[in-house]
Design a protein around this ligand. Sequence first.
Ligand code: CTP
Length: 404
Amino acid sequence: MLGSRIIVGVTGGIAAYKAAALCSQLVKRGAEVRVVMTEAATRFITPLTFQSITKHPVAVDTFDEHDPSVIQHIHLADWADVFVVAPATADVIAKAACGLADDMLTTTLLATRAPVIVAPAMNVHMLANPIVQENIRRLRERGFVFVDPGEGPLACGYTGKGRLAEPDEIVEVVAAVLQRKKDLEGKRVLVTAGATREPFDPVRVLSNRSTGKMGYAVAEAARDRGAEVTLIAGPGELPVPPGVQLVRVETALEMLNAVLDCLPSADILIKAAAVSDYRPASVSPSKVKKSDGPLVVELVRNPDILLEVAKRRRHDQVIVGFAAETDDVERHAREKLEKKSLDYIVANDVSKPGAGFGSDTNVVTIFGRDGTVLSLPPMAKRQVAERLLDLVAGAGRVGAVGGP
Ligand code: CTP
């Protein structure tokens, strides 16, 4: 940890006193530690304690701008290699999950791009409250690392889950996060996400149920592992991960052009988009009016983007496809792996609970051209993205699987 820059955010719970031991251990291991406290935390333990341990002033007030050359919360946010919130109350977890920033701690937290570790501590019933659990789940999906609270007697008199994890345990998690590999540093990753939308007239489109969550999770995970990421996405409302370059497209043909434009400079292409296989043969310039009797719309085939990629790809590029299936998943996925000259295919049965469109989780099996078969249990899409990137970046090579 020597020289690592760590922010410890302390919030107002009785476990705030344990944050002093945490800071002391981090300092002993060679880290540079800055403490940010909420007002409530200062009711439990004084800033002077942390100042004495870390040998740096403690930030509590957002408007206490003692150095006019910097904006303190942005400066701190940029400075950090990792941000640990310990103890984290239900309140700070809720604020983080909603993106609220109404004090020094939450503004710094919202501004940082460093990995965030959260060690909750609260009453057993507060922790079990579905609202708190929902907030934790949302943050986990965004890549926040949680150090689960322990079980035992709590300050409120209850016995159960809710005690702040021991400082040693939190220190180990900090060490692990600091050592997390930047194994895609210097790599250019191209990700496609979401549904394409094929116009039929000025008001109607042909599309599918994909929301883009899987592709966005891949883009965010690749960014966190050091890659330069371009995300080519169909229409949608999902927030674009900061630092990721977005190319917005609407139709399959637009997506094809964007992919082919970006392909030459990409090391890795991950094609999570659900591309419309067909589009209306002609687009009416004015709204089609209803009439008695059925309406027949002629559809024509869209190009298969991955087949076009297969014709142009270099041998040092890694190409990953997705297969959304409802039956005979393995056979269909293996056929697509072969036909589209992919290095890996991520197969999911979109009819299964916890998998597929709109869900925050996915249940996938990844098949590799090199014989890899990785069946993953249900997990957050972000975690699926991490496991996929482990494979893509793994074994010290990108592109060793070979081209067509
Ligand atoms: N794909 C593509 N271009 C298309 C259709 C699909 O590049 N016109 C890509 C998807 O992005 C995905 C993979 O091919 O990575 C598989 O997509 P999927 O919809 O599962 O399969 P299709 O090839 O369209 O086959 P089918 O719809 O018959 O299952």
